[in-house]
Design a protein around this ligand. Sequence first.
Ligand code: SAH
Length: 405
Amino acid sequence: VYKVHKVHKVYKVLYEPYNFINLINEKKLRFFHWNKFSKIKPFSYFCKKENRMKKIYTLPELENMLTCQGEEENRLYSESKRIKNETIGNNVYLRGLIEISNICTKDCFYCGIRKSNTETARYALSDKEILDAADFAYTHHFGSIVLQGGERSDKAFVDRITRLLQEIKKNSNNELGVTLSLGEQTEDSYKRWKDAGAHRYLLRIETSNPELYAKIHPNNPLHSHATRLRCLESLQRCGYQTGTGVMIGLPFQTITDLANDLLFLQSMDIDMVGMGPYLEHHATPLYEYRHLLLSLQERLRLSIHMVAALRILMPDINIAATTALQAIEPAGREKALEIGANVVMPNITPTTNRTLYKLYENKPGTHEGAAESMRKLEESILKSGCKVAYGVWGDSRHFQSRTEN
Ligand code: SAH
């Protein structure tokens, strides 16, 4: 009885005031662009069970989720775990991560491969190395790969990625899913890559607060928050499953910023999220603010709270247990999987180059071979109460229902 009452209450707030209007306007609404925050939505929107039961969370509620301790923290974790298991189950999907190059035209103040860091030797994997790594993922039934790298948008680069995508798809009989994480590009490049076979794209907004964004990036058009937002919208328009995310525990960042990040992810109707703790790198400008940082353990805990809160907010999206989480403590990744995450990205970059793709210090797994990391990974996924789903793309359920509408 209590459950019915609760559902009814939530449902009432969302649904009743607009019931009548919606019934009348159902036909007209087809011509409007609406999203779940529009006051008027088509009646069919409310008929879907998951929308009827959706609760809107306020900023203070989210801040509380991020800072809670003790019993409250346990309740947060068990709630996010319950929602995850009820909505998407305990499968973990693999994305073989290929770090194609650390050559970057950008100069982000936090990142170890920023253009001005002259301490790092630069590399770019050959076509063969990339295709071999993709083949490794295919033959080991990973289901999909991620091509990630420093940011370049010159024609030679865009053409090369297009060609590589076509080859990867061909070599794997179209079976391997391909996610890209290659930064800001023109909508035309995004389209070309989509046509060539990529179907998911990751572009972190880094922070939803434009003022904080300005503090951690150079002040020039190449590092504009507005452009990054526009790129995310382009990706959605091109039909990608779109992923974004933020860094957690940046200098100058507040709990309110992070709670707003969660609301941002929800309002963008994002399909996948990768977020993890900010980890300092000595050869970057932000290093001088390291005295402002939370301890590593606190950043880890805050990141796990972010994952739990996001799972509660967006039950059917894909959430990655990121490498940065694991960098603080291997158990970090396990905890994230246990309470909300459902994707891991094992590094399958050839080991000779892996040490050079150093976004932050103590990046884990930079010395071990792919077979060894796989064994460890399976072990830790089982420990978290989840199981590896081999040989499938593991698309975001959210994307499927979003595009069905
Ligand atoms: N150039 C691409 C991808 C490479 S960087 C892009 O812009 O999308 C991938 C992600 O690593 C970044 O989006 C950032 O969130 C994260 N990252 C970079 N430096 C970091 C650091 N010092 N600590 C934690 N995460 C970092």
